[in-house]
Design a protein around this ligand. Structure first.
Ligand SMILES: [Zn+2]
Length: 269
């Protein structure tokens, strides 16, 4: 089932799994990782929404309609703007403890006015947070009634990035792994990215039926996403001399002629 409203595309992927998609390129064409996928998992008594999107169109009414009388939990996969700016619509939001502060205060976009002018200048580049922020830790388990969710801390893309593993063989990877433009930390922190990818690869090797649900572009994916990304990120050191400054993102841009599934932006901040 697929149904389009004005801003979000809603896909019923399984009986208990909806995908709510938003195109982030409308914010600025420099963002090419369309669509952003938010996932809504429906358990017997509770539902989990993973991420709240860009905050430029009401999301909660859509979620409320889909979950019926279930209790709603809202998690942020990490604190980047395209995953958290809808938080203010929700009373309570969970995020990994390392990034709790980043979403507890109004979200400041004023450092990149050129990128965010279109939708956020009328809110003075400052987006209110959710009322209550709760902390997630590695290994936390949540029961939705017949579906359980385990939190896996996977730092790299950001220090508090998480993946979420269900007892039904889904692994929601957030921005830890997807096809498309990769936003990476400073070069010296790239080993942390590789360590997390390697942890997820081991998980997929142990459970061959795992399906991967990334926050951007196509889904579901499989272990190949992780192994290809691991290989690509490992190769950055060999391509380092080809880097070009990409000032909009305060990053170095690196293209890999041998693998066009990824492009890399390595932070200069
Ligand atoms: Zn993202």
């Amino acid at each position: 089932m697929s149904d389009n409203n004005q801003h979000f595309k809603i896909v019923k992927h399984k009986d208990y799994l909806y995908v709510i998609q938003e195109n982030i390129s409308i914010v600025h064409s420099a963002y090419t990782n369309d669509p952003l996928s938010m996932y809504l998992i429906l358990g017997n008594h509770s539902a989990l929404l993973i991420d709240t999107g860009c905050g430029i169109s009401p999301l909660k009414p859509i979620v409320d309609k889909l979950i019926g009388s279930r209790k709603l939990l809202v998690f942020n996969s990490h604190a980047h703007w395209d995953h958290v700016l809808g938080n203010e619509e929700f009373g309570e939001v969970y995020i990994h403890e390392i990034e709790e502060k980043m979403v507890s205060e109004p979200y400041d976009l004023s450092h990149s006015k050129e990128l965010f002018a279109k939708y956020y200048s009328n809110r003075n580049f400052s987006i209110p947070p959710a009322k209550i922020i709760k902390k997630l830790r590695d290994g936390d388990i949540f029961d939705l009634g017949n579906i359980s969710i385990k939190v896996i801390h996977a730092p790299g893309h950001s220090l508090g990035s998480i993946c979420l593993l269900t007892n039904k063989n889904e692994l929601f990877t957030g921005d830890v792994a997807y096809y498309g433009d990769q936003f990476l930390p400073r070069r010296r922190h790239i080993p942390i990215v590789l360590e997390s990818l390697s942890k997820l690869i081991k998980l997929c090797e142990k459970n061959k039926s795992l399906e991967l649900y990334p926050s951007h572009r196509q889904f579901p994916c499989d272990i190949n996403l992780l192994t290809e990304l691991y290989k690509g990120v490992s190769n950055i050191k060999n391509l380092w001399h080809t880097r070009k400054p990409f000032d909009l993102f305060y990053a170095w841009e690196i293209k890999d002629e041998e693998n066009d599934k990824f492009r890399y932006f390595v932070s200069r901040l």
